[in-house]
Unconditional design. Structure first.
Length: 356
């Protein structure tokens, strides 16, 4: 894929604008003849715009290039015409001058909204994340709205937000949902949020291992060169959202928007995850059955998180938990991962020429 420097977007758009203006007179004449009347260029643009919304999934869609964007639009148009639902668009699209104008219009639209068009959208069941225990639960929504007693995301805003999904920056922009009071809990700045992370989220944990991770994460954020782009280390990610009696929770979860990786972490000392009660009164067979059930529960939990959310789970064992710094080092690896920065064609040519 050809990489285009963002500094060139305005020039590209201006060049296309100039070309569209040059073609407007003849295109508008053809358009009016087909529709039978006198129409402005705004009417033509409105017709294209309506069909753009009908032919493209503007909420979930992602298009790496303008060719992909136009091809997707054409595919949608083909389906509409084949179904007999758009005879007018079929008529005007058969006219060469109008067709070329429409394709230029769509190319301009792609560059005008470049960041939105190329942005990878998250799967819908991750638009709303709920985390915490049964007593204190919080929500992280991409475009939070509260209506008729329900928190939801406004779909049209999902693709337009100016922050990276599931990052510290998102939290500072949107705040967290307080479902008990039906309001957004906002943070004035990073320091206020990190105080909340330490004083509220950390304190509700009963695990010494989890508390250590909270401390390491706070240090990690405070030392980051770009803390707002860092993935939010989600504590107690709830499988069933706001359901009071939860099915599963993951101790910590990283949804790395930069790489697309989704990693869950279980801090699993045997004493809490595989302990068998009434051990003195049980036979070996009974103990084996209990252990088998617990093992099946843990494996089912991991499988269902993967199937539902695409989350792979890493488990820290008793031996690993003896060195919490090492455990966080593994988490830090996934927190800090970024895709290699793509270089423009001109940059690559320059680097090749400089090679001795």
């Amino acid at each position: 894929m050809k990489v285009i420097d963002s500094d060139h977007f305005e020039k590209i758009e201006n060049d296309i604008n100039a070309e569209l203006i040059k073609r407007q007179e003849i295109v508008l004449k053809e358009y009016c003849e087909i529709k039978g009347g006198t129409f402005s260029v705004h009417s033509l643009h409105g017709t294209i715009g309506l069909n753009k919304a009908a032919n493209l999934d503007l909420v979930h869609g992602m298009w790496p290039t303008y060719e992909d964007y136009i091809a997707s639009w054409l595919s949608g148009l083909k389906d509409l015409i084949a179904s007999g639902r758009n005879s007018m668009m079929q008529k005007i699209f058969k006219v060469k001058e109008i067709r070329e104008y429409i394709l230029l219009f769509l190319e301009r639209d792609f560059y005008r909204h470049y960041k939105i068009r190329v942005k990878q959208k998250p799967q819908e069941n991750l638009w709303s994340i709920w985390f915490g225990n049964s007593t204190l639960t919080w929500g992280l929504l991409i475009a939070p709205r509260f209506w008729d007693g329900v928190w939801y995301n406004k779909p049209a805003r999902i693709r337009k937000v100016d922050f990276e999904y599931w990052t510290v920056g998102q939290i500072l922009k949107t705040g967290l949902v307080d479902p008990e009071n039906d309001k957004l809990y906002k943070f004035r700045d990073l320091a206020v949020f990190m105080n909340f992370y330490e004083s509220i989220l950390k304190r509700v944990s009963n695990s010494i291992y989890e508390k250590a991770i909270f401390d390491f994460y706070k240090d990690y954020i405070n030392s980051s060169a770009d803390p707002l782009s860092e993935p939010f280390l989600i504590p107690e990610f709830r499988y069933d959202g706001l359901t009071k009696k939860h099915k599963y929770r993951l101790d910590f979860t990283i949804l790395n928007c930069h790489t697309g990786e989704r990693i869950g972490f279980e801090l699993s000392p045997q004493s809490t995850h595989m302990a068998v009660s009434g051990i003195k009164s049980k036979t070996q067979i009974e103990m084996n059955e209990d252990l088998s059930k617990r093992w099946a529960h843990e494996m089912t939990k991991r499988n269902e998180y993967f199937q539902q959310y695409g989350i792979t789970t890493i488990t820290f064992t008793d031996e690993q938990l003896k060195d919490m710094e090492h455990c966080f080092g593994i988490m830090k690896y996934y927190l800090s991962k970024r895709k290699p920065e793509k270089k423009s064609v001109d940059e690559l040519i320059s680097e090749i020429i400089k090679i001795a």
